[in-house]
Design a protein around this ligand. Structure first.
Ligand code: IMP
Ligand code: MG
Length: 185
């Protein structure tokens, strides 16, 4: 195990670099097959968490695709009300008539992705599917099943390969479980 400060906060590795390589290859091949007849194919990156996954996934896709970016932030209220705030929007012309795959880092409650799906559909997309690196199905509060899933994981707080805790750990090359003492102190 590497000794630097980033790695020492990791309790255990959940998805290794090798597994990331395998799952991006699997998803890329599937997406290539599913979208080979699309006239306008758009991969939509949800900043910031999915950047690393997005960059690896697109290189495993062998058909032309346009790249778009959005940034949202989800605030969990004191009750069950969930609010998704738009920080960077995508142009309507980029989405209109397109077959869009929304690329996310992780699905927890499902609120963010459910909201984004509706939003992209409202911009005139021809079709909207979702692809997530990680899925925590046990945490779902809305009815949402992603179309492409890298790995299902248990209900643990994970960091690395784009995912952060307080904007840290995104540059870890693997997905790990964050030591509880880091966020419970
Ligand atoms: P949802 O709207 O509840 O599905 O939340 C999804 C968002 O919450 C993700 O895009 C992440 O930003 C964040 N999130 C959920 N679980 C984790 C985690 O284990 N580690 C880091 N971020 C997480
Ligand atoms: Mg996120």
């Amino acid at each position: 195990m590497n000794n630097n400060i980033l790695h020492t906060d990791v309790a255990s590795i959940l998805v290794s670099e090798e597994q990331i390589n395998e799952l991006t290859a699997r998803l890329g091949a599937q997406i290539t097959e599913d979208y080979k007849d699309s006239k306008k194919f758009v991969l939509l990156c949800i900043l910031k968490g999915s950047t690393l996954f997005f960059a690896d996934l697109m290189r495993k896709i062998d058909i032309p695709c346009a790249l778009e970016f959005m940034r949202v932030s989800s605030y969990k209220g004191t009750e069950t009300t969930h609010q998704v705030t738009m920080l960077l929007d995508v142009e309507k012309t980029a989405i209109n008539g397109a077959d869009v795959i929304i690329v996310e880092d992780i699905i927890d409650s499902g609120n963010t992705l459910a909201h984004l799906k509706n939003y992209i559909a409202s911009k005139g997309a021809n079709s909207v599917k979702t692809c997530t690196l990680l899925d925590k199905p046990s945490r779902r509060v809305v009815n949402l099943t992603p179309d492409y899933v890298g790995a299902e994981i248990p209900d643990e707080f994970v960091i690395g390969y784009g995912l952060d805790y307080d904007e840290k750990y995104r540059n870890l090359p693997y997905v790990g479980i964050l030591k509880r003492e880091v966020y419970e102190k």
